[in-house]
Design a protein around this ligand. Sequence first.
Ligand code: ATP
Ligand code: MG
Ligand code: FE
Length: 333
Amino acid sequence: EVILAIETSCDETAVAIIRGGTEIVANVVASQIESHKRFGGVVPEIASRHHVEQITIVVEEALHQSNMTFDDIDAIAVTEGPGLVGALLIGVNAAKALAFAHQKPLIPVHHIAGHIYANQLITPLKFPLLALVVSGGHTELVYMKEHVRFEVIGETRDDAAGEAYDKVARTLQLPYPGGPHIDRLAQEGEPLIDLPRAWLEDGSYDFSFSGLKSAVINTVHNAKQKGEDINPQTLAASFQASVVDVLVTKTEKAVQEYNVNQLLLAGGVAANKGLREALQQRFEKYSNVELVIPPLSLCTDNAAMIGAAASVLYRKDRRATMALNANPGLVLE
Ligand code: ATP
Ligand code: MG
Ligand code: FE
């Protein structure tokens, strides 16, 4: 089947066309980063307005790139939530209008399910599996025994990994989104500053990054007061070492306990070079566990991942009615 998928949960207006749940026919992403940069973060009203302006153009571009018309499309999929309500609404209403006008089934998709299913565009999923989801709003270890059944075995108790990256970047006066900048600086420095690692209770797969974030802010503040210079490369490398250490160590424990066939990496922070390398190194010795890491373009927000997840839902006859609404607090389980 061929699915046209729409994703507008945050600051990317994205439309993709996916065949058979695995093949990317088109994958168009219109990023708004330039419009939000001067505010140091995503401004919801600006995001909504950009989505309204872009959505029709991006749908047409995806069809054009595919050399397809709506006659070739079997279903329309859309991110239902979570995300910014005003941003989600643009995608949901566009999807409803297209589904109604062209008489196509409408498939609602959870944004994080999408991030996880980005991996299906690389290789078939093999259950049971674990997914490490690290994004702007989520840090979760998700266990899956079968398709589209999600069990969150650990999650962040405060900041998400991406959020911590962005806040630390702001402290270092780096532009938004800061994750890629911290990543680049970290490659150039050594982790010489000892920063905290929140292991939490024994056996917990939960995460916490706010203590680490505060430690970084304090380090910068204290240096400033003493009139000392902080080496941004050293600080970025030290911060990244702490984040990656906790993520990889907890993931390894979970992989051992849950005895999975696959480990998937998902979400915007999955683009992080340090995390990708550390996971590859740590999981080399697990010859029974297939580590899957999507290319950078499928880690950050896109609609191809929504189309991949939608394909599974389509085959399970999961349909939304015209009463579908955006759900900013939609849960995964
Ligand atoms: P969610 O998916 O939880 O709803 P979101 O959609 O806003 O949140 P994503 O687009 O999945 O988040 O990811 C964006 C986040 O990824 C930002 O916080 C950004 O800084 C971070 N990020 C992107 N590239 C890197 C990188 N190389 N290293 C670290 N963080 C990165
Ligand atoms: Mg984004
Ligand atoms: Fe996302």
